[in-house]
Design a protein around this ligand. Structure first.
Ligand SMILES: C[S@@+](CC[C@H](N)C(=O)[O-])C[C@H]1O[C@@H](n2cnc3c(N)ncnc32)[C@H](O)[C@@H]1O
Length: 271
């Protein structure tokens, strides 16, 4: 069953949720790729408009959480689903000369935008690009000090595979650090999908507990999910009304159920 399915969902095992529809699981990644191929050139602007600029704060928070060393000490980040490079660029700006990032994304068009931005920042040598699926990374085990996948895990079809890869490529003691939208508890499908559209999720936000469980299953410890901003009904009222939903009736299913959050975990030193 897809990771986002509520317990009562009747969705057959071979389909996955994508926006307003259930699609064959095998087709989902292609649909995600089509979306990002279409928006790559205006992705950064869309991100600003949809989050009213807040995504910038959450990305800054993510880098602060990562605390890359400011001196020459070596520190290797793999920025998975790195898109147009926001996380990688911030990481290199804050970190010292020993900080390097490999920016991975499945979309060549998103990577092309990232490549131009990284070159403009004069950071090409410290941030190679890699076109790869998060589910099958092309790096040796125990390579990186940190793994990020900001606003990206929800786009991956087989989350467990991506998390197993994250665990594999991290060095012992390495850190998993993510900024993303999470769902808190059970939310009816009609609400969930409208809220996701409002928040700007292409392929659905992960449920908080399920994210933590999957991290645990992948072998991670010290798992923490810390909400940075919890959305209220009033935040989304205008959008939901326009979508012709009865906001008052649905209010108990919306209030406090969606949050922008920091997701942290660690690979134990002995692993
Ligand atoms: C919402 S964007 C986030 C980009 C960036 N991390 C940020 O915070 O601005 C999601 C990115 O995930 C990429 N993506 C989707 N599925 C992927 C997969 N299976 N493996 C790697 N990247 C993927 C998309 O191409 C897109 O660039």
């Amino acid at each position: 069953m897809d990771h986002k399915s509520p317990p009562s969902s009747k969705r057959p095992a071979s389909t996955a949720s994508f926006g307003f529809q259930d699609v064959p699981q095998d087709a989902r990644q292609g649909l995600v790729n089509d979306v990002f191929a279409t928006v790559a050139g205006r992705y950064d602007l869309m991100n600003d408009l949809m989050s009213a600029g807040l995504h910038r704060l959450w990305k800054d928070e993510l880098i602060a959480m990562l605390a890359p060393p400011a001196a020459t000490r070596g520190f290797d980040l793999v920025d998975v689903a790195g898109g147009t490079g926001d996380i990688t660029l911030r990481f290199l700006r804050v970190g010292g000369t020993g900080c390097r990032a490999v920016l991975c994304d499945i979309s060549p068009l998103m990577l092309a935008v990232a490549g131009r931005r990284i070159a403009a920042a004069g950071s090409r040598e410290r941030a190679p690009l890699c076109c790869v699926n998060a589910e099958a990374l092309c790096f040796p085990s125990r390579t990186f000090d940190a793994y990020t996948i900001a606003f990206g895990m929800r786009n991956v079809t087989h989350i467990e595979r991506a998390l197993a890869e994250a665990f594999r490529v991290l060095k012992p003691g390495g850190r998993f650090a993510v900024s993303d939208v999470v769902v808190r508890g059970r939310v009816p499908d009609e609400v969930r999908r409208s809220m996701e559209l409002w928040i700007g999720c292409v392929a659905g936000a992960l449920e908080e507990e399920s994210y933590a469980d999957k991290l645990r299953c992948a072998g991670f410890t010290s798992i923490e999910i810390e909400p940075w901003r919890i959305y209220s009904v009033d935040d989304a009222r205008a959008f939901l009304t326009e979508a012709q939903l009865d906001v008052e009736r649905l209010a108990p299913d919306i209030e406090g159920r969606f949050a922008s959050a920091a997701i942290r975990a660690q690979k134990l030193s002995a692993q």
